[in-house]
Design a protein around this ligand. Structure first.
Ligand code: GLV
Ligand code: MN
Ligand code: MN
Length: 399
């Protein structure tokens, strides 16, 4: 299976013809189709498919448990296949497809790995359905408590436990999987760049340095439902006004503290054109280079909104410096970029696994949107870089 044929196989899965973007959410039919595709790609290559206790998929080339006996832990590459609502085609799938393509290239060249190699598909990276990003890797590592995860609900009030049951999975078996994690000696995630760093640098591929600290919060703004025509302005308790204040406070606070902050999701009840809303729920995403400044933004927004509950938080994550430098020199001095986007690589790095990321140029600089893009030649440059990285990391032991 070539890069192009894998790309074509996924092109229509979960595509929204209206926007041209993708809707691939955890534990849905689209998710099942993507998992089947991944299992099929493993099978045609004779890779051993292993699902961890969380449902992340690992396709192993070589036996990780046999190799571990002699201390040769796995070299893992891959990413995720889910998307944000109306997301682009590249965020996630580029990393998984490139990983399979890199394995194919190595095998075609007769490369014999000195340690096992795996392609991974982390589930629910975007958290688009249940609100917590990277829930597959957070559950795997124990960073996200399984009981809490099972009680998270989607927009229709369906809990993760119910969603799992609906696809024939047992939520009560959801728990951290130290055994699966112990097979990972090193993880390298290739990802489309989600900004214009590589466009500005005039390069196709970069290595990541760090991920900004970031979090998600929910604000519940209460009002009083009433008639839009008969309620005097002075008598209203309209939570939309509170929302407006929260939104402008968010923008000003982010600017003041050198951060970015976004209110990108809102629900309004009852959501009628001729009724003052009873309540508004808003979700805020805040990130920045400095943890204390992100917290300061949140403190100001919470004060404006009468409180905010934290749904997830990720500390600043620096990728392994030795590994980063090794990749940069292997790849002829590619640029090093920090990012404001969260990734499963960040979750694994935070629990002490040597982890790195490769970014592939995105000419639009846009992501989490159908406008996200990467030219085919740059995608193939990414595959080539990943191939070199695997050959190096899974090659003969260094003296
Ligand atoms: C994941 O893509 C995130 O940074 O929200
Ligand atoms: Mn994303
Ligand atoms: Mn991603």
């Amino acid at each position: 299976m070539s890069f192009d044929s894998m790309w074509a196989a996924l092109e229509q899965v979960g595509r929204n013809p209206g926007s041209g973007g993708y809707r691939r959410y955890a534990w849905t039919q689209e998710d099942a189709t993507l998992r089947e595709w991944f299992a099929g790609e493993a099978a045609v290559r004779g890779l051993d498919l292993v699902e961890d206790r969380v449902g992340n998929q690992w396709a192993w080339w070589g036996d990780p448990d046999a190799a571990a006996v002699s201390g040769r832990l796995g070299v893992v590459v891959g990413s995720h296949l889910d998307s944000v609502p109306d997301g682009g085609a590249f965020d996630g799938p580029l990393g998984v497809i490139s990983a399979f393509a890199a394995v194919d290239g190595l095998r075609a060249a007769g490369f014999v790995p000195n340690r096992p190699v795996a392609v991974v598909n982390f589930g629910d990276e975007e958290g688009a359905r249940f609100g917590v990003a990277c829930s597959g890797s957070r559950l795997l590592t124990g960073v996200l408590d399984a009981t809490r995860a099972l009680s998270l609900t989607d927009g229709d009030g369906v809990s993760m436990a119910e969603a799992l049951a609906k696809v024939g999975r047992r939520g009560d078996q959801l728990r951290p999987d130290p055994e699966a994690l112990s097979r990972v000696g090193v993880f390298v995630e290739l990802h489309v760049e989600q900004g214009r760093g590589l466009v500005d640098a005039g390069r196709a591929v970069a290595v990541a340095s760090s991920i900004w600290p970031h979090g998600r919060w929910r604000l519940d703004l209460a009002g009083e439902a009433n008639h839009a025509g008969t309620t005097r302005l002075d008598d209203r308790r309209d939570p939309m006004l509170a929302l407006a204040e929260v939104i402008t406070t968010t923008r000003h606070a982010a600017h003041k503290h050198g951060c970015v902050a976004t209110i990108g999701k809102v629900t309004v009840a009852p959501n009628a054109v001729n009724a003052i809303p009873a309540r508004v729920t808003a979700w805020l995403d805040a990130r920045g280079p400095d943890e204390a400044e992100v917290r300061a933004v949140m403190a100001e927004v919470a004060a404006a909104g009468g409180g905010a509950s934290e749904e997830s938080w990720t500390n600043s994550t620096a990728f392994d410096a030795d590994l980063r430098d090794r990749l940069v020199s292997l790849l002829d001095g590619v640029p090093i970029l920090a990012t404001g986007a969260g990734h499963d690589a960040g979750i694994l790095a935070a629990v002490g696994i040597p982890t790195a990321m490769l970014f592939v140029r995105n000419p639009t600089g846009v992501s989490h949107s159908p406008a996200e893009h990467a030219e085919r030649a740059d995608c193939l440059a990414g595959v080539d870089a990943l191939t070199k990285v695997i050959a190096d990391l899974a090659g003969p032991d260094r003296p």
